[in-house]
Design a protein around this ligand. Structure first.
Ligand SMILES: C[C@@H](O)C(=O)SC[C@H](NC(=O)CC[C@H](N)C(=O)O)C(=O)NCC(=O)O
Ligand code: NI
Length: 128
């Protein structure tokens, strides 16, 4: 068994695709419209779905905004150079909401960026 994808409902698919591909560096793996259901599914990730987990961006055509609530936490990405990655995301127009540094009450070096819908994406410095 393995994690195939995490589904996020997004209000503006083009803005989300720009963030996850151009800003974060993921690839658009596939995209399909479902006109009868008035929604589109777009899968993004860092590799093919048969070997890599993906994000399933779900765009309901008639919904432009969602209440994220207080339960959602984040999606985590492992990075080799957290400072360079955070700066690159910032330079590309991404919102870094928590600068790189050791996590509170711990030692793992993390940062947080926010996607167009306000979903948090954690960057975690990977040990070399
Ligand atoms: C290890 C890494 O994957 C983490 O996500 S730890 C990040 C850390 N999490 C918490 O503090 C969880 C408890 C918190 N009360 C909650 O419900 O979110 C975190 O968010 N730290 C914040 C920071 O700025 O270090
Ligand atoms: Ni985490």
């Amino acid at each position: 068994m393995r994690i195939l994808h995490t589904m996020l409902r997004v209000g503006d698919l083009e803005k989300s695709l720009d963030f996850y591909t151009r800003v974060v560096g993921m690839t658009l793996l596939r995209r399909h419209d479902y006109p009868e259901g008035r929604f589109t599914l777009a899968f993004v990730g860092f590799g093919p779905e048969d070997t890599h987990p993906a994000l399933e961006l779900t765009h309901n055509w008639d919904t432009a905004k969602y209440e994220l609530g207080t339960a959602y936490g984040h999606i985590a990405l492992g990075v080799s150079d957290i400072h360079a990655t955070a700066n690159a995301i910032r330079q590309a127009g991404g919102k870094v909401i928590r600068e790189p540094g050791p996590m509170k009450h711990g030692t793992t070096v993390i940062a947080f960026v926010e996607d167009p819908d306000g979903y948090k994406v954690e960057l975690i410095q990977q040990k070399t």
